[in-house]
Write a protein that binds this ligand. Structure first.
Ligand code: KG4
Ligand code: ZN
Length: 410
């Protein structure tokens, strides 16, 4: 179906098969060098991902000039491996898609320069990609013909937390976003403060993944309670700074109580992780529930005649507890719920290539050939906002409770 659509929509592209086209995607917005090739049927022909996690873990965070150096050192090799795995020649590519915003400007620049070089050398269109949009659209690749526009998307990553109505590439309407930290960022900082990485099994894991794993082994999931952020605000915004600061205080109090050494970890860290995860789930559910009610409001009807659908995306969507809770919430509204496969939730080149495919399918003539006029932007928003509309609607919800996580006390 997609290949047929493409045949009608990209007639001006002078090369490649009209029935099946390949797009190369390049992702360097943060600390992963991702390069992939995806075709217009959503088939992944190669997916090369070089993580810098081990390096940055040693320094307790990302150092932008170092991240840039590592991207520079790896990008050419990653591209060559990608072409080799896909068994394709550069001439067979239909277009080159690259993340241009938002992200670390120094890292973005490496990807853009490389993409520009390839596009010029092989005379291909260059497709600029908004990183968060790519996260939002990724689940469509694996559900072609089933997951249609529009849908509500909860974007949860290390740098962002947004609720948006997605209608197509470049057509996202923001309903709410975080006022401070992103959930992945909060998980990472709390895991570091907790010193989870001193446990060998978590040494190379990101904070969110380590917290999720530890929470599964809690013996008392109610030992730590977290107040609900923005409980009185009838909007779809988020706040994780309170959860983060409460975590720091709770860890400090427990350390004092147990006289934990400076290189030690509190004994009940698993219970703490379960309490934290439950607090984050409750907050995400609250804000998303209001967004769902807003989209379903008969006077607003943002889903139109489409089946109401919620998509959860971004690195934090890897979390099974969070996804189970979001699915549970969606179910109460007869709403479908999706997330990308786990290998595509976190940053990767496939999502950029797929966004390129979506751009090809959507555009008729405006493919980019003017390689010099593509801007990089560290921060970037969506094309439209309904944040005020949500506030004006003043929706009061009857809250859905989160599912019970982990083991209950015996
Ligand atoms: O989307 P992503 O790969 O990069 C950004 O665009 O930020 O997201 C990275 C974030 C990290 O903060 C990490 O802690 C979080 O995703 N993350 C998780 C899990 N796996 C990764 N958070 C919760 N549970 C997980 N299983
Ligand atoms: Zn991301």
């Amino acid at each position: 179906m997609y290949a047929k659509l493409l045949k009608q929509s990209i007639a001006p592209v002078p090369v490649g098969s009209r029935l099946l086209s390949y797009v190369l995607g390049i992702e360097t917005s943060c600390d992963d060098t991702g390069i992939a090739i995806v075709d217009t049927n959503g088939k992944v022909h190669a997916n090369v991902l070089e993580s810098q996690q081990e390096f940055h873990t040693r320094y307790g965070g990302i150092i932008p000039p170092r991240a840039q150096d590592l991207h520079r050192a790896r990008i050419k090799h990653a591209y060559e491996r990608c072409m080799e795995i896909a068994q394709l020649q550069p001439q067979q590519l239909e277009a080159i898609a690259v993340t241009t915003r938002p992200g670390l400007p120094m890292s973005l620049l490496v990807g853009l320069r490389f993409a520009r070089h390839l596009a010029r050398k092989y005379q291909k269109p260059l497709l600029p990609v908004h990183h968060m949009e790519a996260h939002a659209l990724q689940a469509r690749m694996e559900h072609i013909g089933e997951l249609d526009y529009p849908f509500l998307c909860l974007l949860i990553s290390g740098g962002h937390c947004q609720l948006a109505l997605v209608q197509g590439t470049g057509r996202l309407t923001l309903l709410g976003e975080t006022l401070d930290d992103a959930p992945g960022e909060a998980f990472d900082k709390i895991a570091r403060r907790l010193r989870l990485s001193i446990l060998p099994q978590y040494r190379l894991w990101n904070g969110g993944r380590a917290i999720e794993h530890a929470a599964q082994y809690a013996s008392d999931v109610n030992a730590f309670e977290f107040p609900l952020p923005l409980a009185r605000e009838r909007n779809c915004n988020f706040s994780f700074a309170g959860i983060k600061n409460n975590s720091f205080r709770a860890i400090k109090a427990q350390e004092r109580l147990e006289r934990t050494p400076p290189d030690g970890i509190i004994s009940n860290y698993k219970d703490f992780c379960a309490g934290l995860l439950r607090g984050v789930c409750r907050h995400l559910m609250h804000r998303t529930q209001r967004a769902l009610e807003y989209c379903l409001d008969p006077s607003i009807k943002l889903f139109g005649n489409a089946t109401p659908t919620l998509v959860v995306s971004g690195g934090v969507a890897n979390n099974d507890a969070i996804f189970a809770n979001m699915s549970h919430l969606a179910q109460q509204y007869n709403c479908r719920c999706y997330r990308p496969s786990k290998r595509y939730c976190s940053d990767n080149g496939v999502m950029i290539a797929w966004h390129g495919v979506e751009q090809l399918l959507q555009s008729k003539t405006n493919l980019r050939w003017d390689y010099e006029h593509i801007d990089l932007a560290g921060t970037a928003g969506f094309s439209a906002s309904a944040v005020t509309g949500v506030i004006e609607a003043g929706i009061k919800c009857k809250w859905i409770q989160p599912l019970t996580l982990g083991k209950t006390p015996t």
